[in-house]
Each structure stands twice: as C-alpha cells, then as structure tokens.
Write a protein that binds this ligand. Structure first.
Ligand code: SF4
Length: 178
C-alpha cells in the first residue's frame, strides 16, 4: 500500500490528520520512560500494554526494530473553551472508536502490525494484568510513552504538529506496519 493509500485509509476511518512514519526515526528515550514510571496517568503497572509488563527499553527497541514504516493518525477537535469537558470526552470517544476500527482493518493487511496510543490500553473494562494473559492481544494498544517515545517529537518527525493550536485538542496514535 502506498503512502497516499495509507493517508486515504486514515481519512476514510475518520481521522482529521495523518502522516506516513519512517520507523527508523523513532527514538526510545530514557526520560520518557522515567516520566511514565512516575505514574501520573495511573496506568503504570496496570495493563499488559504499559511498563513494566513488556520489559525494559531494550525490549522496546527490539520490538520497534522489526518495523520500517508506519502510519500516524490524529483526531482534532475545536473546543468551546478550556473547560469543554464534553468536547474532550467526545473527542476521546471518537478517536478510540476510529482507532479500533482502523486497527482491525490494518491487521487484515499487516497481521503483525503494532498499535500504539497515548496512555494505557483501554480495550477491556478491567485488564487481566498481571493475573492472566492478555485476552485480546490482537486488539491491544501499547502506550507510546511506555515505549519511551516522545509523542511531540514523533509527530514532528512525521511533519505534522502534536498540537493544532490554541482552543483545540488533539489525540494521536500510530500503527507500525511492516
Ligand atoms: S486488550 Fe484487555 S487484557 Fe489486553 S492489555 Fe488491553 S486491557 Fe489488558
């Protein structure tokens, strides 16, 4: 599938912005993982898709090294004001649903693809971690930050902004394909 076809796929699945990714540019950073370990999001050590479940940063590097290209996708919303919680919630819901639909489509073409998003995996109401294996490994979304990826830089390297300006909110995620 060409880059143009990937971008068309992202638009077809409802994403407002997308860019092809060069996986060679992905940089695994100690500082990002260290921030993750502070557990400000509350997901650290809570799911199979967050650290420390999938190992140290060398394990992240080894997983990322299997890929050459990917697709970055974003959902962008203009908010009514800084306290537009309904708008933020609606954006999160839209992004999550579109991401799950696109993940299913992508796995048809790339069964070994890797889905990465912001924060921990939200597929199940309660993650089986650490008592039993992941129930839906093909539907799991790994944490970009957990992999040591600085999302702002990943977006920049793809040529699109992490933030689309004052009064807007953006959710980002990506798929490593092959
Ligand atoms: S798919 Fe479910 S069991 Fe697997 S990591 Fe995500 S939340 Fe946990």
């Amino acid at each position: 599938m060409s880059d143009e076809e990937l971008l068309a796929l992202a638009a077809e699945y409802g994403f407002d912005c997308a860019a092809p990714m060069d996986a060679a540019k992905l940089e695994v950073l100690e500082d990002v993982r260290a921030a993750c370990e502070k557990n400000l999001c509350g997901a650290y050590n809570k799911t199979w898709a967050c650290p420390p479940a999938f190992g140290d940063l060398d394990a992240s590097r080894a997983m990322l090294a299997k890929y050459k290209r990917g697709l970055l996708v974003q959902s962008v919303q203009t908010l009514e004001d800084d306290f537009d919680w309904e708008g933020i919630e609606a954006l999160g819901k839209r992004h999550g649903e579109n991401f799950a639909r696109l993940r299913a489509r992508i796995r048809e073409t790339w069964p070994e693809s890797l889905a990465l998003g912001a924060g921990g995996c939200k597929r199940c109401k309660t993650c089986t971690y650490p008592d039993a294996p992941c129930q839906f490994p093909d539907q799991m979304t790994y944490s970009m930050e957990g992999f040591g990826l600085f999302v702002t830089q990943v977006c920049r390297d793809c040529g699109i902004p992490y933030n689309h300006g004052r009064g807007t909110m953006t959710y980002s995620g990506c798929f490593l394909l092959e």
